[in-house]
Design a protein around this ligand. Structure first.
Ligand code: AMP
Ligand code: MG
Length: 426
């Protein structure tokens, strides 16, 4: 477990490219979660703290890939049919106990251990039952079956001792199967990151209540809660903090004691109505980052002092589409660094732009888009709706984000753009 430094987010305040911001947190943050052992059955979504090594080989024994007849390949005629006497019946899980003699065909079933043979040699080829003719205890097999056909050699999937998954991996259901197959029952994982989440602003109102004049529902907290949980965090919902300095400071200071990270949306900019910033400055420190992305600015990063450590704070913008985009592009990486995750970065896929677009230079833009198929079958991106930072409907029906680079000033319809499907943010 690492202790973060008080000034891990200190930054000069100038406009900063997204990559620069990500590099900065990569160089200054580290895992803050303790390591705990977890049963594999409970490990989905957990992040591995250590490599997983195979206790045994997979498959543990050489076995048949089909229902058929196991033979010595050298007993087969290369030109015509081969007739052999059938011996034994070897279902999966019930090995043939004798020694497999030459000039015999052993009735085997999928997953059955291939009988052991004479000396170093043994049956080495399985012929599918569909390719054979059988009568009584005789079987006729066609020529041309290659040596080793339909045999799964011991260890063909994994060899004992091999690393099957690396530290930093977020365990999927498929990984659980792999870990189980190599005979490992428990894995070392990082404890789930404990995140306290709140919203701020007197205009923001609890979902389900009646809106007063000038009020809006708190839609940010619910989407952030879902995104955080999808990343494997344990989320404490602190609700909506009012625009009152003392209440904000008290709630934040208390939450910091028992959490690994605090996240909020809204209420952090340079306006005099922004109480979160003032509250955190009293119990820690805060830096405003002007990330050169749209939608996005401003982003607040800080640390809160509690006994023995500092707790990081991430203040996202208030506008809903900006919250989601900054969380996916920046917050997700920050969380992965603290939680010990080392998965691949979200991947971009080239698609054709189905629209032209006038863009401000010096800022990377993320347009909320859907895909369809063009006449030639190529994927074409279209704007999912209005692109304002406060527009939720478009990002809701979007399938992902089209990323327009900082330098671009005008996007020409028909040109190739990079598309990041929402499915990439795991
Ligand atoms: P702020 O960052 O506080 O200046 O907020 C920017 C915009 O986001 C304002 O229109 C706020 O009303 C809106 N906003 C702030 N917090 C939320 C929230 N939790 N849910 C929905 N909209 C919000
Ligand atoms: Mg506000």
């Amino acid at each position: 477990m690492t202790q973060l430094s008080q000034d891990c987010f200190v930054h000069g305040g100038e406009l900063m490219r997204l990559e620069e911001g990500l590099d900065l947190i990569r160089s200054r943050l580290d895992v803050t979660c303790v390591i705990e052992s977890v049963e594999v059955s409970e490990a989905r979504g957990r992040i591995l703290a250590c490599d997983v090594k195979a206790n045994g080989s997979v498959p543990p024994h050489t076995n048949s890939a089909v229902d058929g007849y196991a033979v010595y390949h050298s007993d087969l005629n290369s030109k015509g049919e081969t007739e052999l006497k059938v011996q034994g019946r070897v279902p999966a899980g019930h090995p043939f106990l004798g020694q497999a003699k030459r000039q015999m065909a052993f009735r085997v079933f999928t997953g059955a251990m291939i009988p052991e043979g004479e000396g170093d040699a043994g049956p080495d080829t399985v012929i599918m039952q569909e390719d054979c003719r059988r009568s009584g205890d005789r079987v006729w097999m066609p020529p041309g079956i290659p040596k080793g056909a339909n045999v799964r050699p011991m260890g063909e999937d994994v060899l004992a001792g091999a690393v099957v998954l690396k530290a930093g991996r977020k365990i999927t259901a498929i990984d659980q199967a792999l870990i189980t197959s190599v005979g490992v029952g428990e894995v070392s994982t990082f404890a789930r990151l404990k995140v306290a989440l709140f919203s701020s602003g007197d205009e923001v109102c609890e979902p389900g209540s009646n809106l007063g004049p000038g009020q809006i529902y708190d839609s940010n907290r619910i989407v952030l809660r879902g995104l955080l949980k999808a990343l494997g965090c344990v989320v404490t919902d602190l609700g909506i903090l009012p625009d009152k300095l003392e209440e904000c400071r008290g709630a934040i200071a208390q939450a910091a004691q028992s959490h690994d990270l605090l996240i909020s949306s809204g209420g952090v900019s340079v306006g005099e109505e922004d109480y979160i910033r003032a509250a955190i400055e009293e119990i820690g420190r805060i830096d405003l980052w002007r990330l050169a992305i749209k939608p996005g600015r401003p982003l607040a990063l800080g640390t809160i002092d509690v006994p023995d450590r500092v707790v990081p704070y991430l203040g996202l913008p208030g506008n809903p589409a900006a919250v989601i985009v900054t969380f996916l592009q920046f917050g997700r990486e920050l969380i992965m660094l603290l939680a010990g995750g080392k998965g691949p970065s979200p991947r971009l896929y080239p698609v054709v732009a189905g629209f032209s677009y006038q863009k401000k230079p010096h800022r990377r833009e993320y347009l909320r888009c859907v895909l369809n198929h063009g006449d030639g079958g190529q994927l074409v991106a279209h704007k999912a709706g209005k692109q304002g930072a406060g527009i939720l409907s478009a990002i809701s029906c979007a399938e992902g984000l089209v990323e327009l680079p900082e330098e671009m000033e005008y996007l020409v319809e028909g040109s190739v753009v990079q598309f990041m499907p929402f499915g990439e943010f795991r």
